[in-house]
Ligand binder design. Structure first.
Ligand code: SAM
Length: 280
């Protein structure tokens, strides 16, 4: 049963963290001409109205993208953040923050003729929305299971591969399933750059994902964790985590600068830690 809908959470601090890391990785990959296949295993609907009934209910975007948007003039000169906010401004026709783009949009922005992008979404309603998004012709939208689809699609037809795995973790088992899928995928595509998002929740279930990857023998896993509240201070998500397998060179330095500028905007408890979970 799929009950999670990202429209309630779009543009929250976790989206900002996830999409900033994604943006930095993609920007780095685009420095070389050789073709890239991008696979987004859990695409969502692609673009979210922040005025929708869903977004208005929890207003999570206010403590996420809302804070950056308000400070955008000050952040404009900061490497990575400035470019990221400038990209975001292109989907605000009125000049006000009204929409927040999801991973399909962030991935499609730099898509070149030689690249391809494959978007999986299992929820029929979300997939329906995704099919109505204006995206380049070399984007495929598939109504189906993203983890199975990823494994079926490997090896990729291009020299390079970049995968985003961003589940809703509605089921406890998903942490282990993601780890298993990444291990299988890396056997088929050793040089793939794989990004995996996970929530930091009081139950700490993401540990199964982290341990599964390490115990499976995978190397070169870099981890970025952004916390916005102290663990145990409530029942909700206190932070956002992102793993990058085979991270592009320089990712850590580039992201650290952006995170240092971003943290004060996210409140007193805002912290970022970037480090190797498993080194080379
Ligand atoms: N990646 C999106 C973004 O950054 O904008 C957000 C994705 S949201 C966290 C997770 C999405 O995965 C939901 O839209 C949900 O319907 C979808 N989903 C859940 N299980 C799935 C599966 N097995 N395969 C593909 N999509 C799935």
């Amino acid at each position: 049963m799929l009950s999670y809908q990202h429209a309630y959470h779009a543009g929250n601090f976790a989206d900002v963290h996830k999409h900033l890391v994604l943006f930095t990785v993609v920007e780095h990959l685009l420095r070389k001409k050789s073709a890239i296949t991008y696979i987004d295993t859990h695409a969502g609907r692609g673009l979210y109205s922040l005025a929708s009934e869903e977004a208005s209910k929890l207003q999570e975007h206010r403590d996420g993208i809302g804070r950056l948007w308000q400070a955008r003039q000050r952040l404009a000169g900061i490497p990575l953040l400035g470019d990221w906010l400038a990209a975001l401004a292109t989907v605000q026709p009125s000049g006000r923050l009204e929409r927040y783009p999801g991973s399909p949009w962030w991935l499609s922005q730099g898509l070149r003729a030689q690249d391809r992008l494959c978007l999986f979404e299992l929820h029929p309603g979300e997939h329906g929305h995704l099919t109505h998004q204006a995206l380049p012709a070399n984007v495929r939208r598939i109504h189906g299971d993203g983890l199975a689809g990823l494994l079926q699609g490997l090896p990729a037809p291009t020299p390079r591969l970049c995968v985003l795995i961003d589940p809703s973790y509605e089921r406890k088992m998903e942490y282990g399933e993601v780890a298993e899928t990444v291990l299988k995928a890396m056997r088929k595509a050793r040089h793939a750059v794989v990004l995996v998002w996970y929530p930091l929740l009081p139950a700490g279930r993401h540990q199964a994902l982290l341990d599964g990857l390490r115990e499976g023998g995978l190397r070169k896993i870099w981890r970025s964790e952004l916390t916005v509240a102290r663990r145990g201070s409530g029942h909700g998500m206190h932070g956002s985590g992102m793993l990058v397998v085979n991270p592009p060179w320089g990712l850590e330095e580039r992201l650290e600068g952006a995170m240092t500028s971003l943290m004060p905007l996210l409140g007193d408890a805002g912290r970022h830690q970037g480090s190797w979970w498993v080194p080379e």
